[in-house]
Design a protein around this ligand. Structure first.
Ligand code: ATP
Length: 882
C-alpha cells in the first residue's frame, strides 16, 4: 500500500501516532536520533587545511616565497627565514579572517532556517523544519513551504504549487481522501503535500510520512542546484579595483626595481625588495576584510532584530530613500481590541483592554445584553480560526489578531467554546488580502445551514441585498447603505479597523458552489477594533525624515483608518495625499509616477498594487525598501531594492523572497538596519582609505629614494613587517567603528556613486603622498649621506612610516577632520594601534631581532623627531574636510 491509499486510521497505526496527542517529545527525539535530521544533504564544508592553503595561492605571495628561497640559497638565511615567518603569520591572519567570515555566514543561514508547526504532547508548537520526524502531525497554511512529505488528513481550500518538484507552476487543489489507484506519479497524488512545495491557498493538517532524503524531493536532490551567496556589488567593485591596483602596484614596483638596479643596487636585493613591496602594496586582504566588515555589521543587525539574508542588502540599505511599510503589525502593535459595534444603525461601546475577555457592552452609556448582539458576536466567533488562551497569567491569541479580537468580544458576552461547538464548519473560503473577506458555511445541530462572511465593509456591502434587524431580515435600502457608509467613516476616523459581518441561510441540499456563497448576503453589523501604533515608530519615522528617507504606509485597511494612524505617527505632511486601491487601479504607470512624490498613504490596496507603486518610485530615482508578509507580497518584495519580510507573521515564501527579515516585525527595526547599513558602508570606506593611503606611502618612499639615487630606505623584511602590523588589525578595527553621530542627518547615498566618491580618492593620494614624503625626509635627515648611518636611518624611516600610518588611522574615522571624534571611543582601534606599536617596539629594541629586521636602538630625541615627522600627514590636513 502507498501512503496516498491509506485511511486516517491505517496511517496512524502504521506511523505509530495518535492524532489526539501527536508524538511525544521523547518519541520524536528518539526518531530524530534514529533517522537523522530532515535535511536534503549534509552541508559540505571547506576543509580547514584547504582554507589555510588558500591563503598562499596568491601569485605575488608565491613569487615572494620563491624569491626568498633564492635569497636563502644565496646565503641570506636570516632574511629568508624572517620573510617566511612573516608570510606565514600573514597567512594565519588571513585564514582566521576568512574563517570568521565563513562562520558568520553559516550562522546567518541558520538564523533564517525554516520552521514548521507540529502537534506534540497535545499542543501545537513551532520547531525548526530539520527536527520534523516521520509520524509528526503537521499544520500548514497559505505561504508555507512544506517541510517534509505529508499525507493530508484535513484540508481547507488547499492549493499547492509544486513547480519545485514537478515543474508545473499552476497550483494544484489538494484534499484528504484516500486514493485507490496504483502507481501514481507525485503530481497525481492529490492527497499528499511534498517537501519544498508551496501552499498558495487555504490550510491543512497532515501526518509526516517522509523526511530528508526519504522524500520525493530527496530522490531528485542531486539535481538541485546549490544557491551560493553571490558577491555583493561592492565586493565585485572592489575585486575589479583590486585588479587595477595590482597592475599599478606591479608597474610602480617594477619601476623601483629597474631604477634601483640602474643606480647600482644589487639585482637580487632589488628584486626581493620589489617583490616585498608588491606584496605589501597589493591589498590582497581587502575582499576578506570587506566580507568580515559586512558580516560583523550583519551580526550587529541581528542584535537589533534584523536578519540580513543577502549580504548585498547591507550596502543597498545605506542608499534607501523610501520605505514602503505595511501598517498592521509593523507600524501598529497588531494587538486588536473591539471597541465599538455598529448594529441596528446604532453604536455600541465595548469596554475592556487587550485580549482579556472581561468587559461589557453599552448603548448610550447603558449596559446592554440582547440576542441580536449575541448572534453578531457568535458569527464573529464561528468565522474564525483564532484561539484564546491564558499563559502565565496573560491572555494570548493563537492565530490572526483580527479574529482574536472578535473571539474576545464574544467571550465578553459569555459566548463560550461549547456554544460555538454546537455548529460545524463544513466549508470555508479563506481570507486573503486580495479578497479582503472570509466565509464559512456552518451546520447547526438541527441540520440547518448558513453562510457567515466577514471582511472589509466596502467589499461586503455591495454583496448584501438584505439587512438583519432585531427580529427578521428585510431588503437593504439605499438609505440603509448611506447610513452604514457614514458609520464606517465615523469608525475609521477614530482609527478603528472595521470588519463587517454578514450571513445567508443556505438549503441543506444546495451544492456549495464558491460563486454563489458570497452573494445576496444579509448585513448584520460591523465590529470596530483599535490597533494601537507601536510606541517607537513615531520617533523612528522622524529619524528617517531627518535622514532624507520618506516613509510611505501601504495598507489593506480603510483609507480613513490608515489616515488617522498616519496622522498620529506624523508620517504625513499637511499637503500629503492618501491614494486608494481603486484609484490606483485606474491610473497608468506614468500618471502614478507623476503624483507619487506627494502620496504618503496607500489604502485598501492589494499586494498586486505594490509592484506598481515600487515601479513608480523607482522611475523617480528612488531606492525602495518594501515590506510584505503574505504569499502575494513575494513579487513586490523581489522587485524592490530591499525586500523586507516579517519574522513572526511572515510566510516562508515572503521570507525567501526578501533580503531582510525583521525578527520583531517592527518598523523601527528597519530604521536601525538602515543606520547600520550606512555605517557599514562608511566603515568600509574608512579602511579602504587607510589601507590604500598606507600603500601609496610605502611605494612612494621607495620610488623617490630610487629617483634620488639613495640607498634603500626600507629593507624587504621591514616592508613586510609594516604591511603585517599596520594593515591587518587597525583596518579590522576601523571596520568595527561606531557610527558617526550625524549618519542619520545626511541624505541617502547615491547608489551610483563609486567607492572613491566624496573626496576619498583625493584623501588617499594626498595622505599617502605625505606619508611617503615625511618618511623619505626623515630617512635623508638621519642618513646624511653617510653609509655608516644606514641602519640607523632605515630604523628611523621604518618607525616614521609606521607611526605616520598609526596616527593617520584616527583621521580615517571621520570624513570631516581628525578632531571630529574622540579617539578613545573605538577601543578596538586603540587596542589594535597599541599592539601594532608594541610589535614595532619589539623589532626595534629586542636585541636578537635587530639583525633580522636591520634595526638599532632609538633615543628619546629620535622619537621626538619621529613623532613630529609622522604627525605631519595627518595634522597638515587635520583641519580640512578635503
Ligand atoms: P496591512 O496591509 O497594513 O497589514 P491590513 O492587515 O489591514 O493592513 P489586510 O490583511 O489585507 O491588510 O486586510 C484588509 C482588510 O480585510 C481589513 O481592513 C479588514 O477589513 C479585512 N480583514 C482583515 N483580516 C480579516 C480576516 N481574518 N477575516 C476577514 N476579513 C479580514
Amino acid at each position: 500500500m502507498k501512503w496516498y491509499q491509506l485511511s486516517d486510521v491505517e496511517l496512524e497505526k502504521k506511523l505509530g501516532v495518535a492524532k489526539q496527542k501527536g508524538l511525544s517529545s521523547k518519541e520524536a527525539s528518539s526518531r530524530l536520533r534514529k533517522f537523522g535530521p530532515n535535511l536534503l544533504e549534509a552541508d559540505h564544508k571547506t576543509s580547514l587545511l584547504l582554507l589555510f592553503l588558500k591563503q598562499f595561492q596568491d601569485f605575488m605571495v608565491l613569487v615572494l616565497l620563491a624569491a626568498t628561497l633564492v635569497s636563502g640559497l644565496l646565503g641570506e638565511y636570516v632574511d629568508a627565514i624572517a620573510i617566511m615567518i612573516i608570510v606565514l603569520v600573514n597567512g594565519i591572519i588571513g585564514f582566521f579572517q576568512e574563517q570568521k567570515a565563513e562562520k558568520s555566514l553559516a550562522k546567518l543561514k541558520e538564523l533564517s532556517a525554516p520552521m514548521a508547526t507540529v502537534y506534540r504532547d497535545g499542543s501545537w508548537i513551532k520547531i525548526p523544519s530539520k527536527d520534523v520526524v516521520v509520524g509528526d502531525l503537521i499544520k500548514v497554511a497559505s505561504g508555507d513551504r512544506i517541510a517534509a512529505d505529508i499525507r493530508i488528513t484535513k484540508s481547507n481550500s488547499l492549493e499547492i504549487e509544486e513547480s519545485a518538484l514537478t515543474g508545473e507552476s499552476l497550483p494544484i487543489a489538494k484534499h484528504s481522501n484516500p486514493i485507490m489507484e496504483d502507481a501514481l506519479e507525485p503530481a497525481d497524488q492529490t492527497n499528499m503535500a511534498f517537501m519544498g512545495t508551496m501552499v498558495t491557498r487555504g490550510s491543512a493538517e497532515g501526518i509526516v510520512v517522509g523526511t530528508g532524503m526519504q522524500t520525493a524531493m530527496g530522490q531528485i536532490a542531486d539535481l538541485l542546484v546549490h544557491t551560493q551567496q553571490k558577491a555583493t556589488p561592492l565586493e565585485r567593485k572592489l575585486a575589479e579595483l583590486g585588479k587595477i591596483l595590482i597592475v599599478v602596484a606591479l608597474l610602480l614596483t617594477a619601476f623601483v626595481v629597474v631604477l634601483g638596479v640602474i643606480q647600482g643596487h644589487q639585482v637580487y636585493q632589488m628584486f626581493l625588495a620589489g617583490v616585498s613591496l608588491a606584496v605589501a602594496a597589493i591589498p590582497e586582504g581587502l575582499p576578506a576584510i570587506v566580507t568580515v566588515a559586512l558580516s560583523l555589521g550583519v551580526q550587529r543587525m541581528i542584535k537589533k532584530k534584523a536578519i540580513v539574508r543577502k549580504l548585498s542588502a547591507v550596502e543597498t540599505l545605506g542608499s534607501a530613500s523610501v520605505i514602503c511599510s505595511d501598517k498592521t503589525g509593523t507600524m501598529t502593535e497588531n494587538q486588536m481590541t473591539v471597541k465599538g459595534i455598529y448594529l441596528n444603525h446604532a453604536f455600541i461601546d465595548v469596554s475592556g483592554e487587550g485580549y482579556n475577555p472581561k468587559g461589557s457592552f453599552y448603548l448610550n452609556n447603558k449596559k446592554i445584553n440582547n440576542k441580536h448582539l449575541d448572534s453578531l458576536l457568535l458569527y464573529g466567533a464561528l468565522c474564525n480560526h483564532a484561539a484564546l488562551e491564558k499563559k502565565k497569567g496573560k491572555w494570548l491569541i493563537d492565530g490572526d489578531p483580527t479574529e482574536g479580537a472578535l473571539l474576545v468580544a464574544a467571550r465578553k458576552a459569555n459566548i463560550s467554546l461549547e456554544d460555538t461547538e454546537k455548529f460545524k464548519v463544513i466549508h470555508e473560503l479563506p481570507f486573503d488580502s486580495d479578497r479582503k473577506r472570509m466565509s464559512v458555511v456552518v451546520e447547526a445541530m438541527d441540520g440547518s445551514r448558513f453562510v457567515i462572511t466577514k471582511g472589509a465593509p466596502e467589499v461586503l456591502l455591495p454583496r448584501c441585498t438584505y439587512i438583519q434587524d432585531e427580529v427578521s431580515r428585510r431588503p437593504l435600502r439605499t438609505k440603509d447603505e448611506k447610513q452604514i457608509n457614514h458609520a464606517i467613516d465615523q469608525m475609521a476616523d477614530h482609527a478603528l479597523r472595521t470588519i463587517a459581518i454578514c450571513i445567508k441561510p443556505i438549503a441543506a441540499d444546495r451544492s456549495l458552489n464558491d460563486q454563489i456563497i458570497e452573494k445576496d448576503l444579509t448585513f448584520v453589523g460591523i465590529s470596530g477594533m483599535i490597533d494601537p501604533p507601536r510606541k517607537e515608530v513615531k520617533a523612528a519615522i522622524a529619524e528617517c525624515n531627518a535622514a532624507g528617507i520618506k516613509t510611505v504606509m501601504i495598507t489593506g485597511d480603510h483609507a480613513k483608518t490608515a489616515q488617522a494612524i498616519a496622522k498620529h505617527l506624523e508620517l504625513m505632511p499637511e499637503n500629503g495625499k492618501v491614494l486608494q486601491g481603486h484609484e490606483l487601479s485606474k491610473m497608468t504607470q506614468d500618471q502614478l509616477s507623476e503624483i507619487i512624490e506627494d502620496v504618503y498613504v496607500f489604502a485598501r490596496v492589494t499586494p498586486e498594487h505594490k509592484l506598481k507603486i515600487i515601479k513608480a518610485l523607482q522611475d523617480k530615482g528612488h531606492v525602495v525598501a518594501m515590506t510584505g508578509d503574505g504569499v502575494n507580497d513575494a513579487p513586490a518584495i523581489k522587485a524592490s531594492d530591499i525586500g523586507i519580510s516579517m519574522g513572526n507573521s511572515g510566510t516562508d515564501v515572503a521570507k525567501e523572497a526578501s533580503s531582510l527579515v525583521l525578527l520583531d516585525d517592527n518598523f523601527s527595526t528597519i530604521k536601525s538596519a538602515i543606520k547600520e547599513g550606512r555605517n557599514i558602508y562608511e566603515n568600509i570606506r574608512k579602511f579602504i582609505r587607510y589601507l590604500l593611503a598606507s600603500n601609496v606611502g610605502e611605494i612612494l618612499v621607495m620610488f623617490f629614494a630610487m629617483l634620488l639615487a639613495l640607498p634603500l630606505p626600507l629593507v624587504p623584511v621591514q616592508i613586510l613587517w609594516v604591511n603585517l602590523v599596520t594593515d591587518g588589525l587597525p583596518a579590522m578595527a576601523l571596520g568595527m567603528d561606531q557610527a558617526e553621530d550625524d549618519v542619520m542627518n545626511r541624505g541617502p547615498r547615491n547608489p551610483r556613486e563609486g567607492i572613491f566618491a566624496r573626496g576619498l580618492g583625493f584623501k588617499i593620494i594626498s595622505r599617502g603622498f605625505m606619508i611617503g614624503l615625511v618618511t623619505l625626509i626623515a630617512f635623508i635627515i638621519a642618513y646624511q649621506g653617510n653609509p655608516d648611518h644606514l641602519i640607523y636611518a632605515q630604523t628611523i624611516a621604518f618607525t616614521t612610516l609606521v607611526m605616520a600610518q598609526l596616527i593617520h588611522v584616527f583621521d580615517c574615522r571621520s570624513e570631516k577632520s581628525v578632531f571630529a571624534r574622540n579617539p578613545f571611543q573605538n577601543l578596538y582601534l586603540v587596542g589594535a594601534v597599541l599592539s601594532s606599536l608594541l610589535l614595532v617596539l619589539i623589532v626595534i629594541y629586542y636585541e636578537p631581532l635587530q639583525p633580522v629586521f636591520h634595526t638599532t636602538d632609538l633615543t628619546i630625541k629620535d622619537w621626538i623627531f619621529i613623532l613630529a615627522m609622522s604627525s605631519i600627514p595627518t595634522f597638515f590636513f587635520g583641519f580640512s574636510k578635503k
